[in-house]
Write a new protein. Structure first.
Lengths: 142, 96
């Protein structure tokens, strides 16, 4: 990757912006049950935050996802989704019936927790794919 | 190989085009899904799924299998980008 755009103004901006981006991603993911939003949107915000850091700081960012880690995250998110969905088969219910999950709550809450689990899996997948695409494109320029 | 693709594509397009004309018009209150499925989702959805946001309730609970497919499509898009970029530089997609 070419040298980053580093300048004091950009540095200070991402230092202030990044924590809010990460917090907002978590908010959108978890609050998706009562307000518009969910795993896809939260993953896009989180991925945008990670890409922003890489854009400004380049490889000096200190943290972030490598291409390999992003690929692993993207694939494991989809696998976790499928696993949670098929888990209810083991308890004698239809696939993707989250009321069958062995959780210490009843009825709708149980299904809400099941949906939250798959939304988080979607979040991991979308974040991984966004970073993976960015890293693939910038890797090619090296 | 290319001829085979066309042989499969053209009949598929004809069948899909025929089927599209049979679909109920958009927003038709007499459509099959609008008669029993939508009222059920609207009336019982928040209680059954525990999600006050009806969109999330349908997306992540009633239509969870469909959302799994969407997730896999996103992963496939990422893999396609990775392979295209690796091919452009002749690099090994496994590295780094």
């Amino acid at each position: 990757m070419k040298p980053s755009f580093g300048s004091p103004v950009l540095d200070a901006t991402i230092r202030i912006l990044t924590p809010f981006l990460l917090l907002f991603a978590a908010y959108v993911a978890i609050h998706g049950h009562t307000s518009p939003g969910g795993g896809f949107q939260a993953g896009a915000i989180l991925g945008a935050g990670l890409i922003l850091i890489r854009l400004v700081r380049g490889h000096d960012a200190g943290w972030g996802l490598s291409r390999r880690a992003a690929l692993n995250l993207a694939c494991s998110g989809a696998l976790v989704y499928a696993f949670v969905g098929l888990l209810s088969l083991a308890f004698g219910h239809a696939a993707f019936d989250y009321s069958a999950l062995p959780l210490p709550v009843v009825g709708g809450t149980r299904r809400a927790l099941g949906s939250l689990a798959v939304e988080l899996a979607v979040l991991v997948t979308v974040t991984g794919v966004m970073v993976l695409i960015f890293e693939s494109l910038t890797h090619a320029e090296e | 190989m290319k001829r085979l693709v066309w042989l499969a594509l053209v009949p598929a397009l004809v069948v899909l085009g025929r089927a599209a004309t049979e679909l109920p018009p958009l927003g038709d209150p007499e459509a099959t899904a609008a008669v029993y499925l939508s009222p059920h989702y609207i009336e019982r959805g928040p209680d059954e799924t525990g999600a006050r946001n009806m969109v999330t309730g349908i997306l992540a609970d009633y239509r969870s299998f469909d959302t799994l497919g969407e997730t896999v499509v996103v992963v496939a898009a990422g893999l396609a980008c990775l392979m295209l970029a690796a091919r452009r530089t002749g690099g090994d997609p496994d590295a780094g």
